[in-house]
Design a protein around this ligand. Sequence first.
Ligand SMILES: *Cc1c(COP(=O)(O)O)cnc(C)c1O
Length: 458
Amino acid sequence: MADINDALEQNWLGSVESGEHLPEEEMPEKAMNPNVAEQLIQHFRLNEAKANQNLATFCSTQMEPQADKLMASAMNTNAIDKSEYPKTAAMEDRCAAMIGHMWGIPEDEKFRKDFIGTSTVGSSEACMLGGLSMLFSWKHRAKANGIDIDDLHNHKPNMIIGSGYQVVWEKFCTYWNVEMRQVKLEHGTNESSLNIEKAMSLVDENTIGIVAVFGITFTGEIDDVQALDAEVTKYNEAHKDMPIKIHVDAAYNGFFAPWVDGFKPWDFRLKNVASINVSGHKYGMVYPGLGWTIWRKNDYEHLPKEMRFSVPYLGGSVDSIAINFSHSGAHIVGQYYNLIRFGKEGFRAVMENVRKVSTHISEVLKATGYFEMITDGSLLPINTWKLRDDVDVKWNLYDMEDALRSYGWQVPAYPLPKDRDDETVERIVVRPGMSMTIADDFAEDLNQAIDDLNKKFN
Ligand SMILES: *Cc1c(COP(=O)(O)O)cnc(C)c1O
């Protein structure tokens, strides 16, 4: 019979370590029992955001148990080793193909032959690739047109974007020495997406392209890509040697908009949209660590030669485009699972429910009488609101954030991006895991939290 102390050592209860603080600065001298280590780390994570009450993130916090199993079993694969993991490589191509077609590439066009794309670790890497392809493509055009691209005084490349951009675009411009020409979000107007006339007025021969944000992170608004495309077409007709292209940052909306009504064409149905990025880990419903960039055509104008690195694949070689090298293939497996398991029918059903819930939440917020909705969840599943000017309360949205947190809900308050940063808003991102049941629970706690606030600040 095992000694009682041995039995205790197997488990955390009564273990030496469970009576001590977890190591912080130095690795412990001695090894510990794996069960104990596992338990204590679970304890350490106890008050991290709960999936169902985390209304702050765009990222997936829930997948189906079958997907969990598949991903766990693929965790030890390396997506970059295409010859060691040819099936993972095939799944990556299949996902990219399906996503390209989801965005309006005609059915008879084939992945790798007619169009091209890659998985990434997220939209940040995917945006970086979209930006780089515009930059290198511009360099080739500029050289061919006798522009001295080394003369940074006169020919520093520039990129045009609305000032509600996600931080990755600032990184892109900083890392690659590109001038960011921002179109301001105008205060006191409803102009919270790209002003197309102003954007076009910033274009010159050094413009590598325009980035349209199709789903602004802070407000859930969208740039009008269709109207932008029409203006770019006009510009390009007048500047045949130095045409410009559009990259669409569709980090979250790229997996939402295709399945619900109400969006004008924004994707590869438009002539000048050269590339699009999306996060697989947002409405693609995969855990954090996955993004995609798709280029409309597999040619050097869309994806310049410099960005293609040959890696061995099935006795031959294939272009690798991503910036990262080694990373797990599990996310690709998870994405492929979601695409084939839900299919078009499933994605439509999921996203329609998301919209029902987000529209309902907006009704709940309005019914309190305290808030003015900036976006009401009826188009994109993002509810943003501010306190009404005509209500007289002593609390603000940061107090409300705290009050909701005491019920477990994460609902961030923050200032709008620059040029409108004197306005505080609060935001809920409705994700596929949020059923109406959860929304009802939230509504109850919301009203309770407002009562609490009114009592506390009277
Ligand atoms: C989330 C987001 C990004 C960054 O995406 P990650 O997948 O987190 O790297 C870029 N642009 C927009 C519009 C986003 O919403």
